[in-house]
Ligand binder design. Structure first.
Ligand SMILES: [Mg+2]
Length: 111
C-alpha cells in the first residue's frame, strides 16, 4: 500500500484542486451544479460502455466521477470516508437475489 492508496491523500489532492480554482467562492461548490457535473460524467461512463471504448477510457471517466464525488463531500462538508464504511456495513448485511438473470443486493422491502 502506498500513500496514493489512502483516502486522506486523495481528499487532500481534491481539496488542493478546489483551492487552486477557488471553487468555494466561484460557484464550483454549489450543490445543484455539482449534481449536473456528476450526471455529465455518469453519461461519459455510459458512453464508454455503449460505444465499446477501451478500459482505460472507462477508468478515466470513473476517476472523473470519483473526483467529483470527493469534491461534493468537500462542498457539502460531510465525511465521505465515514459514510462509505457505514454503508458498506449495511450492504454486507443485505441479501442478494437473482432478478432476470442478474444479481441484486437490496433490502427487498416491496416483496
Ligand atoms: Mg469525463
Amino acid at each position: 500500500m502506498t500513500e496514493n492508496d489512502s483516502y486522506r491523500a486523495m481528499l487532500a489532492a481534491v481539496q488542493a484542486f478546489h483551492d487552486k480554482h477557488d471553487f468555494r467562492n466561484t460557484g464550483g461548490e454549489e450543490m445543484a451544479y455539482r449534481v449536473a457535473l456528476m450526471t455529465e460524467e455518469l453519461g461519459e461512463i455510459s458512453a464508454c460502455v455503449t460505444k465499446g471504448k477501451d478500459i482505460s477510457a472507462l477508468a478515466e471517466e470513473c476517476a472523473d466521477l470519483l473526483i467529483l464525488l470527493m469534491g461534493t463531500a468537500i462542498a457539502g462538508e460531510f465525511d465521505l470516508n465515514k459514510a462509505f464504511w457505514e454503508k458498506m456495513q449495511q450492504l454486507d448485511k443485505r441479501e442478494s437475489r437473482m432478478i432476470k438473470g442478474r444479481i441484486r443486493v437490496s433490502e427487498f422491502r416491496d416483496t
